[in-house]
Design a protein around this ligand. Structure first.
Ligand code: ATP
Ligand code: MG
Length: 291
């Protein structure tokens, strides 16, 4: 499902007209159907605010947000929560509160009037897809590990089968193995079910590994929307200046290049491609390493 934000501005404090009140300034982004798009940016740059606008929890103060073919939220409309957009907040496990994991997953569908039979069936499917044990569904969410709690919270959103899934720092605080497993599950769900994923992250390796495009936000503005290789190879200095991290392979390549008379040029940031280019370079040149 495609999302188009057109000249979207927003401020939480509607009183006063000072420029400093604006949290988002004329944001324009297009997120194509079935794509994986990451949103990166310094803390406070407006990433979560953009997510809330797309979900319809808040409405733009100016501009419009179009979701899919018809649905369009203008600044004049009332805020209207869009059920086709699933939003998983940062640390979603803090919102687990029911007696069992199944009850927690069932909370959203119950509000929509689904039968308990359908809810149980869908909950089991989602739990299986996320690698949650069947018996976990009957347990208290507080008996689960951190990674399992995160999956249970995610299941509560995925059970509604949203067309667009927005994940606000889904892997924050998880160990590297759980992080990778969660990201792989999300990506495989997107591919198989043909969904659109928007990932808000401070983790550049995830943004690089999974995204078709990366949106860079800075002080409420969209600075870039580019494929990851192009962003990190062509705009590395700007990202560093903004206080953002860059992927390890870019750092390493640059370190190496600083020691070489003629720098190694790469077209992609895939590890194999970089290694190939380095090997090629060393074969071709009489390289003096070190300064
Ligand atoms: N409910 C609110 N009321 C008033 N101001 C808010 C509210 N929520 C966020 N803000 C302000 O809006 C700005 C953007 O916040 P937002 O949460 O969108 O940033 P973010 O990019 O998601 O940051 P982070 O990386 O820390 O999660 C910040 O200056 C923040 O203080
Ligand atoms: Mg945020």
């Amino acid at each position: 499902m495609q999302i188009i934000a057109k000249d979207v501005s927003y401020r939480y404090d509607q009183i006063g007209s000072e420029e400093s009140n604006w949290i988002l300034h004329q944001v324009n982004v297009t997120i194509p159907s079935h794509s994986f798009v990451s949103v990166i940016g310094h803390t406070g740059s407006g990433k979560s605010t953009l997510a809330k606008l797309i979900k319809g929890l808040i409405r733009p103060a100016a501009g419009s947000i179009g979701i899919g073919e018809q649905k369009k939220s203008n600044c004049d409309d009332k805020a209207d929560v869009n059920n086709e957009v699933g939003l998983v907040f940062q640390y979603p496990e803090h919102q687990l509160f029911e007696m069992t994991v199944l009850d927690d997953i069932a909370f959203g569908p119950k509000q929509l009037g689904w039968s308990m039979e359908t809810i149980s069936e869908k909950a089991e499917q989602v739990a299986r897809a996320l690698g949650l044990k069947r018996e976990s569904l009957q347990q208290s969410p507080f008996h689960l590990s951190g990674g399992e709690k995160r999956k249970a919270a995610l299941a509560g959103v995925m059970v509604m089968d949203p067309e667009v899934l927005i994940l606000d720092e889904p892997a924050a605080g998880l160990d590297p193995v759980s992080r990778r497993s969660l990201m792989e599950l999300i990506e495989s769900w997107r591919k198989t079910a043909q969904k659109t994923v928007i990932l808000i992250t401070h983790h550049m390796e995830d943004a690089l590994a999974y995204s078709d495009e990366i949106i860079v936000m800075d002080k409420g503005k969209v600075l870039y929307q580019l494929p990851p290789d192009q962003l990190f190879l062509e705009h590395e200095d700007e990202l560093i200046k903004m206080g953002l991290d860059i992927p390890d392979q870019v750092k390493l390549l640059n370190k190496l290049n600083r020691r070489l008379a003629v720098p190694i040029k790469v077209e992609s940031l895939k590890e194999e491609h970089i290694l190939e280019k380095i090997a090629e370079y060393y074969k071709k040149n009489e390289v003096t390493y070190g300064s």
